[in-house]
Design a protein around this ligand. Sequence first.
Ligand code: ZN
Length: 449
Amino acid sequence: MNNLEDIVSLCKRRGFIFPGSDIYGGFAGTWDFGPLGVMLKKNLMDAWWHFFVETRDDMYGVDAAILMNPRTWDASGHTATFADPLVECKECKSRFRADKIADGITESVTTEEFLNTHTKCPVCGKENWGPIRKFNMMFTTHVGAVLPDDDAEIAAKNIAYLRPETAQGIFTNFKNVVDTIYPSIPFGIAQQGKSFRNEISPRDFILRDRECSQMEIEYFVHPDTWEENFDKMLKLNHEFLESICGLSHDKIHDYDVPAEDRAHYSKRTIDFMYEYPNGEEELMGLAYRTDFDLSNIARESGKSMEYRDKNTGETFVPHVIEPSIGVERLFLAVLSSAYVVEQVDGKDETRTVLKLPTNLAPYKFCVSPLLKNKPELVAKAREVYDLLKQKYTFVTWDDSGNIGKRYRKQDEIGTPKCVVIDFDTLEDGTVTVRDRDTTKQVRIKIEEL
Ligand SMILES: [Zn+2]
């Protein structure tokens, strides 16, 4: 089992992920994707979109604004209930999420229950706690011309939130989609985009950050068919995680969330738990949200959210099955599943390899001349590079250091094939192709690449 620190270090060393605002000493709970990270992240998001939207007849996409009318969050219940139990140490003034520092309690913990756990402050070691307070995790901002010296009343009128989930951008467009596309039920609306949560204590690298990218689908069904559609979505999401993302079936555990731990809108939730290097953590969630959201929107907006079945003529408010996955969580699962340190065949050394599925690897090929000081080799290698770049797009060039060092570097960023041009290439038009996973080399003709 690899550990999280090794992966964080690889991410920084090879340009996958940097701490946010690194140059100013960072900014808690934020991370920046570097050149390689952007490629892997985009591949993951594209693979998801292709699998769940483009290849299906029953899925449609939206891309809603991050800033939404605040009534959205009143209707959805976020203003009232999207809160974590905050507890403050009276000795050192450190603040924590109560359910994260004490064992055997949930988000709905009371002050008494927390005190009974006799938890010591993780910072100063004392046991002197204030009461549990509910801390709303939505980021607030002000929309329009609000000045710092405006009174609280003016400021409050102009308050807006950075969306805490992408789902509401889908629900609020339900009627628009139905009235323009006339989809047959069951159908889904998908969205990818940023969402924001003011985590009390961000931690565990990109697993618990304050700004993340989500990929969500609201799958609208007839209320009588929610169970079969829930099962279909469950299977479909396993297929995506295992066949497309290369995650091992044995490391994904379905956890049927008991009623008291479910989000306020859900009647059934399955958390897909993944065995991350630092332990089991939630990778994604599948929730049956009933007609909670559409009915709330109907009440808040005064507009009907009913759907009329074209075949039966029946009119009803659809129920919803929601698969929701955080891109960063998926990113880390894929990275840690691909990360391998292994013995080099016949040698007393190890190598670090990212055994990423080819469809996700940032680069598919690396092209290099055996020697960089031989102009004829470099010219030929450039020719091969241009050819592959045209054909496969995701091709990189490397003529630094010696060939062994180049292989190590490409192994670490997960490039499946390294193509090397040597003197034989000039004679017979063949190149060496070295495989990332087996390290075996074969000679093949340039045309066969
Ligand atoms: Zn303390």
